[in-house]
Design a protein around this ligand. Structure first.
Ligand code: ATP
Ligand code: MG
Length: 404
């Protein structure tokens, strides 16, 4: 018995006390769902660690090619709720088996390193050697097998780890940081206003990482905005689903609202009025879907509608739900760095038109006041515009791994 597997350490959910079981169930369900696209794996959990093993060989019919532990590992790194991920080798809890497994299975990193050290953790205290005893004995064995190596306890090239757990011993060459955060859905559901830009996919990622399942709402102004612009946003939702799992994608026909604003309101208020309608419509859709918050990619001071006054007037259109703005305190560079890391940046910078730019005034008001903006809305049938847009909204289900 010497199989290779993946070990995933829980993050904060280990601290959640009484809710722990619920969190753990969601975390493992998310992990299983994510792995289903790459093959057949078993998932088990003990001592704040999930273990993933390959079940069926690569021939099993799966999406996008043969199942391998490589691909599973890649998926695991995008599941929120785990802080560290390790490719490990498993063997019987027996000193010579541990020595041989380490020497054989970690041949590559052992050959590449000049210095190493062994670190042992013994969860099973019945194991006859103490952790320091096992570390130094295994270190001695490896020095014989790999004579080029030296021990360096302070700054080794390779830190070889042994974990003696209840069920078996595990040997690996160190963990990688995983996605962190809380399991998607463990905090409820949030409705993301998703544009084609850089910020809103990042906002969705950040809130999914805090445990929200994401519904994405996009406002589209055909024929002023093209089918390709919409396809780009749908693709962004799909890229987000690599992290957030399943995403319900709502496409709101927004042309009538924008034409009404253009025809009946003062141009300088156009942008802020547009934002208030987006919020109202998104709040209705959120209520229908059982979502508890709106999410936007706004960042303080980035554009005229994102000043404190702008945000105040935007928020005033909301009846009940909080608007979460995880990018609010970030510089554009910070947001771009996250967008690059999560793989949305390249898609975001494709040059397609957004409905926000339509009819946008040259000089939007940077200090809008609620009374002024509300006065503009007196000439509109707000309720009819909102409920009509909601009624004509189209829902597209993005099921991670099933339609790519
Ligand atoms: P982004 O880079 O995400 O487009 P931005 O800096 O361009 O943001 P705005 O265009 O002012 O900012 O939009 C602010 C926020 O409003 C966006 O982050 C997004 O949450 C939402 N939003 C803007 N346009 C749309 C749209 N067409 N559909 C859905 N949400 C939108
Ligand atoms: Mg935008």
């Amino acid at each position: 018995m010497r199989d290779e597997l993946i070990l995933l350490k829980y993050g904060e959910i280990a601290l959640k006390g009484l809710n722990r079981r619920g969190f753990e169930a969601i975390l493992l369900a998310n992990l299983r769902h994510r792995l289903r696209r790459v093959g057949h794996f078993s998932v088990s959990a003990a001592q704040s660690t999930a273990t993933v093993r390959l079940l069926a060989p690569a021939e099993a019919p799966t999406l996008g090619g043969p199942a391998t532990l490589d691909r599973a590992f890649d998926e695991c790194l995008r599941v929120f709720g785990f802080t560290a991920a390790t490719r490990a080798f498993c063997c019987p809890k027996d000193f010579s088996a541990i020595c041989e497994t380490a020497a054989d299975c970690l041949r590559e990193p052992l050959s590449a390193a000049s210095t190493f050290k062994v670190e042992t953790r013994r969860a099973d205290k019945r194991f006859p050697m103490t952790s320091p005893e096992l570390s130094s004995a295994l270190g001695g064995y490896l020095l014989e097998r790999y004579p080029h190596l030296r021990v360096d306890l302070h700054r080794p090239d390779l830190e070889l780890r042994v974990e003696i757990r209840e069920e078996a011993a595990y040997v690996h060459g160190g963990a990688r940081p995983a996605a962190g955060g809380l399991p998607v859905s463990s905090s409820g559901r949030g409705t993301l206003l998703l544009s084609g830009g850089i910020d809103s996919p990042v906002a969705g990622y950040l809130m999914a990482r805090r445990g929200l399942r994401i519904d994405a709402v996009h406002f589209q102004s055909a024929p002023y905005t093209s089918a390709r612009a919409l396809a780009k946003v749908e693709e962004l939702a799909r890229l987000l689903s690599r992290w957030a799992g399943d995403v319900d994608f709502y496409v709101v026909p927004f042309t009538q609202v924008q034409e009404a604003l253009r025809d009946r309101c003062a141009a300088e208020h156009f942008t802020i009025l547009t934002r208030r309608f987006m919020m109202r419509i998104a709040e209705r859709l959120a209520a229908q879907a059982g979502s508890g918050a709106l999410i936007t990619g706004e960042s303080l001071g980035q554009v005229a509608s994102q000043t404190l006054d702008g945000l105040t007037v935007t928020n005033a259109a909301l009846e009940r739900l909080p608007a979460l703005r995880p990018c609010i305190g970030m510089d554009k560079e910070d947001i771009v760095a996250i967008a690059r890391r999560i793989g949305t940046f390249e898609k975001s910078i494709e040059p397609y038109e957004d409905c926000c730019a339509l009819f946008a005034p040259k000089h939007p008001k940077t200090k809008p006041r609620v009374e002024q903006v509300e006065a503009q809305e007196l000439g509109l049938d707000v309720e009819a515009l909102v409920s009509d847009a909601v009624a004509r909204t189209e829902l597209r289900l993005i099921r991670y791994g099933r339609d790519d």
